[in-house]
Design a protein around this ligand. Structure first.
Ligand code: ZN
Ligand code: ZN
Length: 138
């Protein structure tokens, strides 16, 4: 979670895809947390809409998280950006503004969207800093 850098499917940059904006949505049928994100690459002209979903319904060990991106055109990216900027509170999941309403109704990969032309890609977070794990080191 958080605003990390992701691998760009466009130019294969290892840490060039950056989340620019995010909007939290009301929980969906299969998730307890849903966040829509806009991401763009700082190296090539790749734009994506990403959906982060988290479910806490299983046992503690089986918390499931999915994070997928969908390439979108630059024009659509800019339009969505404008829409998100207009939201008074992007982290209010039950906000009724136009951005919240229209994004919730047009989620990529959801049944409401013709997704045949959309290619889903996994959002790969770069293992930025090495984890604080010094085993084997003296
Ligand atoms: Zn790129
Ligand atoms: Zn809103």
């Amino acid at each position: 979670m958080g605003g990390g850098m992701f691998e760009c499917p466009g130019c294969k940059g290892k840490d060039t895809l950056q989340i620019i904006a995010a909007l939290e949505l009301a929980p969906g049928p299969a998730s307890d947390e849903r966040t829509v994100q806009l991401a763009s690459c700082r190296q090539c002209s790749f734009f994506a809409l990403a959906l982060y979903e988290e479910s806490h319904r299983g046992s503690l060990e089986s918390e499931s998280v999915s994070h997928n991106g969908y390439p979108i055109a630059e024009g659509k990216f800019k339009a969505l950006m404008e829409l998100m900027k207009a939201c008074p509170d992007p982290f209010a999941r039950h906000c009724g503004c136009q951005a919240h309403v229209s994004l919730a109704g047009n989620l990529p990969g959801s049944s409401g969207v013709p997704s045949s032309s959309e290619i889903l890609f996994p959002m790969k977070l770069l293992p930025g800093r090495p984890a604080p794990d010094r085993r084997g080191e003296k």
